[in-house]
Design a protein around this ligand. Structure first.
Ligand SMILES: [Zn+2]
Length: 408
């Protein structure tokens, strides 16, 4: 059996006044998603346990069939895996966003979707000034700080420890994408090790203020990266390989380090696609072609698209609808055409978590899924959307249980 999973990140939403009272999923012209709904089952699942922050890390683990309450250690370690950075037992990975803070408010958690080249240059300056030995625990066991450039605003700080280190499970940090236009003073790191994190964030300001890259950005009318924002810290997680747990060879197609990292840690093959940006301008068709091609070599291929989530963070209902239509046309359509040529097959469409346009932030709560294929009979549902899912008698309170149902 061949399996395809398509993740329109953060697509689950609420009715929008600007969409005549429809949710983005309801407003989108998406014949292929609706065909899956009509052939198979629309249901709901809850991918984010109440005690964890709603985001793609936790939600993706659930969607891939792992209980986040058992295996989740933090967001940054998953991204480290995707970036090929190994973590030792005393090491911590910490997400290091380049952000734009203005009037002491979080104006843009992406620093104007900063380019890879600009981000890399800024991270190099930060590494030069702030990297190296961190005398934070005691002189006998200092840690070392490594700043690694990633994709766009998504960079990483690695704390190489020798001993227990300054952080613990009680270290609390704030995802910057969940505090749009809010005062940062209310959301600074707290608890063990927070003094170090706050100090690094503060010191990054003077390094970046008159940096040539930022001056050039402002000249072009682009947002400057005014500081780093540290969050999502954690140690290396231990995940049993997917092939061992579920007996299938998987592959992941995503432009987002975090999602790729989860796949890589499960033992999935990472397929890189030229033109995949993690944003609204991504090359949907290239991802669709890569998904179809990967079916030849793997039992399961997962295509993740970030664009729908980014549209929500920007509060753009029309862009969210457009992203869903592109996913439907260029990714789900070709997969639906190709799958039957492999004999038995199944497809699952589901976002990881909700990202309501109203709050422009991730949210807890059930998300709709649609699955169809060999051995799955139709429940007579007409459309893939939040309302049909909410009325469905098929639901997974523990989202990680959906994978077993999907694989059959
Ligand atoms: Zn998001």
């Amino acid at each position: 059996m061949k399996y395809a999973i398509v993740i329109p990140d953060g697509c689950a939403d609420e009715p929008q006044a600007s969409l005549a009272g429809k949710t983005p999923l309801q407003a989108a012209h998406k014949p292929n998603m609706d065909r899956i709904a009509q052939m198979g089952i629309v249901g709901w699942s809850n991918n984010v346990p109440a005690s964890l922050t709603p985001a793609s890390d936790v939600a993706t683990l659930s969607l891939f069939g792992y209980d986040p309450l058992e295996v989740y250690t933090g967001r940054a370690p998953l991204e480290a895996a995707a970036m090929g950075i190994a973590l030792g037992a005393d090491d911590w990975a910490i997400r290091c966003n380049l952000v734009t803070v203005e009037d002491e408010q979080m104006r843009d958690f992406t620093a104007g979707h900063i380019s890879n080249a600009d981000g890399k240059a800024l991270l190099e300056s930060i590494q030069q000034s702030l990297g190296g030995t961190a005398q934070v625990v005691d002189a006998s066991a200092p840690g070392r700080l490594e700043f690694h450039a990633g994709v766009s605003y998504r960079n990483l700080l690695v704390y190489r420890g020798s001993g227990p280190g300054p952080f613990s499970d009680q270290t609390k940090t704030q995802p910057p994408h969940d505090i749009p236009d809010r005062p940062i003073a209310d959301h600074l790191p707290r608890g063990p090790g927070s003094a170090l994190l706050q100090k690094l964030m503060q010191e990054s300001r003077s390094i970046l203020r008159d940096h040539p890259v930022n001056l050039a950005r402002q000249k072009r009318g682009e947002a400057p990266a005014t500081q780093i924002w540290l969050w999502g810290q954690g140690r290396a997680p231990h995940l049993r390989p997917f092939a061992q747990v579920y007996g299938k060879r998987g592959a992941i197609i995503s432009a987002v380090d975090l999602v790729r990292g989860v796949g890589v840690l499960l033992g999935w093959t990472r397929i890189d696609v030229a033109g995949a940006t993690g944003y609204l301008d991504t090359d949907y068709a290239a991802k669709g072609r890569a998904g179809v091609a990967t079916l030849q070599t793997h039992d399961l291929v997962c295509v993740h698209v970030e664009a729908s989530d980014e549209a929500s963070h920007e509060g753009r209902a029309d862009a969210k609808v457009k992203a869903l239509e592109e996913i439907d046309r260029h990714i789900i359509g070709p997969l639906l055409t190709a799958l039957p040529s492999h004999g038995e097959w199944r497809i699952l469409v589901s976002p990881d978590h909700r990202t309501p346009l109203r709050t422009r932030a991730h949210a807890h709560g059930a998300v709709p899924f649609a699955l169809a294929g060999t051995g799955i009979s139709s429940k007579g549902q007409c459309s893939y959307d939040e309302v049909v899912a909410a009325e469905s008698d098929v639901g997974c309170e523990k989202g990680h249980e959906l994978m077993r149902r999907f694989l059959g």
